[in-house]
Write a protein that binds this ligand. Structure first.
Ligand code: FAD
Length: 278
């Protein structure tokens, strides 16, 4: 069992706890993106094990009739072992999920994995005529071009600012430049995409920009935020828009919780208050 200190950001260790959390969100009109915590496996065994855990999760989502989908990290299902292993595992998950009517997101990791990730997304998006989504990072200089490629494909695209720290040759390093790129890319998506736009951000400025673009171009969009972050805003937005909460679960919660606690002063204070019981 995870300690209460981590339960703000992680739904629990078991798939059952993740499904319970999804149902609670569904009661508040928010949908769930379930992510089994795990990444950077350098052997095939654990990558295959996590791929199989996702197949069971797909069955759990279907039998619980939860409004939920899954999100998979490339290095969790074999990218560090080899591109073929990653492609094989993610295709297996997407094929199985399509049979069970569950949507599959592919998260985006370090900048040198973008091609391998977009290639398998394109293959699966065409194969399943949608049913899959991929994340792209506004801080990468290549993203304008990637969005042109993605505009013609079925499926969804989640735009995020980027959680990794790529070198300056390939990435924007100033926060203001990333924010400006995010807005330009959002506008491109609202103009050129036929729906399937996911705004993966907690930033009130980006959300309200998306609302303005929606009013201007009429294109539908969804908002995606992490569990434990601006949850009141998630419930408020869900009164008007489609909102999905990214819900991590699993026994590898400690490093994820540490990242969340360290990224913002408020989160760290929350964690410290939980430890001292005030
Ligand atoms: P920031 O630029 O960090 O902050 C802007 C403003 O947002 C802040 O000033 C504040 O007003 C508000 N805010 C931000 N965080 C908080 C908080 N904790 N509490 C209160 N207010 C806050 N990155 C990847 O590289 N690959 C992925 O696959 C990926 N998937 C993601 C999926 C989802 C659903 C989300 C929400 C993010 C994902 N990210 C991913 C992370 C993303 O790249 C950013 O690192 C992260 O979202 C922080 O950027 P931001 O746009 O939320 O806001």
């Amino acid at each position: 069992m995870i300690p209460p200190i981590a339960s703000k950001f992680v739904a629990g260790e078991s798939p059952a706890e993740a499904i319970d959390h999804a149902r609670e969100l569904n009661d508040r009109n928010v949908k769930a993106i379930l992510n089994l915590l795990g990444e950077h496996y350098d052997a095939r065994g654990p990558a295959d094990e996590d791929a199989e855990a996702y197949l069971r999760l797909v069955e759990d989502i279907e039998s619980a009739d939860a409004d939920a989908c899954i999100s998979v990290k490339p290095s969790q299902v074999g990218l560090d072992v080899g591109v073929e292993v990653f492609h094989e595992n993610v295709e297996r998950i997407a094929d199985y999920a399509a049979d069970h009517d569950v949507f599959v997101w592919i998260d985006m990791e370090d900048h040198d994995t973008t091609d391998a990730t977009l290639d398998i997304f394109e293959k699966l998006a065409r194969k399943h005529e949608g049913g899959v989504g991929v994340c792209v990072q506004a801080n990468l200089k290549r993203t304008d071009e990637d969005l042109e490629r993605l505009a013609d494909l079925p499926g969804k695209v989640r735009l995020v600012k980027g959680a990794y720290d790529p070198p300056a040759e390939v990435a924007l390093k100033e926060k203001s430049a990333v924010n400006a790129a995010y807005k330009e890319q959002l506008e491109y998506m609202f103009q050129q995409f036929d729906g399937g736009i996911a705004v993966g951000s907690h930033d009130p400025e980006m959300i309200s920009y998306a609302e303005d673009l929606h009013d201007e171009y009429g294109t539908d969009f969804e908002v995606q935020m992490l569990m434990g972050v601006r949850e009141d805003a998630q419930y408020d937005l869900a009164e008007e828009y489609e909102v999905w909460q990214y819900v991590p679960y699993g026994d590898k919660w400690l490093s994820y919780f540490y990242r969340r606690a360290m990224e913002r002063k408020e989160n760290l204070l929350f964690a410290l208050r939980a430890v001292v019981g005030r």
